[in-house]
Design a protein around this ligand. Structure first.
Ligand SMILES: [Zn+2]
Length: 221
């Protein structure tokens, strides 16, 4: 579950924090300190690490498999970098080969998610962190990268299950960060400035994909 998917959990965290601060404030005899601390909403302050638990995913439907730490950079998004893009990729290989290269510290690249042909979703990097997937520092910092198992030149790899699962994932990401569901904000790797990559290629059905994302978003709302 993502942070903004779990307001109740967030409230409990504040509650514990408030108790701690309350104790400190009582010790120094200042209730004002406690109020100031609380008003600052500490988990939104840039540079303050949000709580992380091993194996935690940002999308309820995903299974966690960690990428090599060499293929991403620790960050505190969206506090330090706003997220306003989803970048769609195609792996140009099997799911297993994508996992293998994302776990290879020599590879230098990895995406947050991989969606398989059967619709299963794997998360390899937290959305908090900057994944090296777009080949463009600005786009890496501002986006979530989603890989799709298959080959650009094999449109039969883009299954119904894949489109639907990926659209649900993108809909959740867009809802969480307030990203508009349009082709300006949901882009292909090929559209990232400066890239020489062609994925997801001409056979990726953008009209269908955006329709599914909108439907998933409406269904959830
Ligand atoms: Zn790509």
């Amino acid at each position: 579950m993502g942070r903004r998917d779990a307001p109740k959990d967030g409230d409990r965290r504040v509650g514990r924090r408030a108790l701690l601060i309350g104790g400190t404030a009582a010790a120094v005899g200042s209730a004002v300190l406690a109020r100031d601390e609380l008003a600052r909403a500490w988990w939104r302050v840039p540079g303050v690490d949000k709580p992380r638990r091993p194996g935690e995913v940002d999308y309820a439907g995903a299974r966690w498999v960690a990428a090599s730490e060499a293929n991403w950079r620790r960050a505190d998004r969206p506090a330090d970098y706003g997220i306003d893009r989803v970048v769609v990729h195609v792996t140009q290989g099997s799911f297993a080969s994508a996992v293998q290269v994302f776990q290879d510290p020599e590879h230098g690249a990895a995406a947050h998610y991989i969606v398989r042909k059967d619709g299963r979703v794997t998360q390899m990097i937290r959305e908090l962190d900057v994944a090296f997937h777009a080949g463009n520092r600005d786009y890496n910092e501002r986006s979530v990268g989603i890989e799709h198992e298959g080959f650009v030149e094999r449109p039969q790899d883009f299954t119904d299950e894949m489109y639907e699962a990926s659209a649900r994932l993108t809909a959740r990401i867009c809802a969480r960060y307030g990203i508009a569901v349009d082709r300006e904000h949901i882009v292909g790797h090929a559209e990232v400035p400066g890239t020489d990559h062609t994925d997801p290629g001409g056979d990726w059905d953008w009209d269908r994909y955006l329709r599914l994302v909108r439907r998933a978003r409406t269904a959830r709302a």
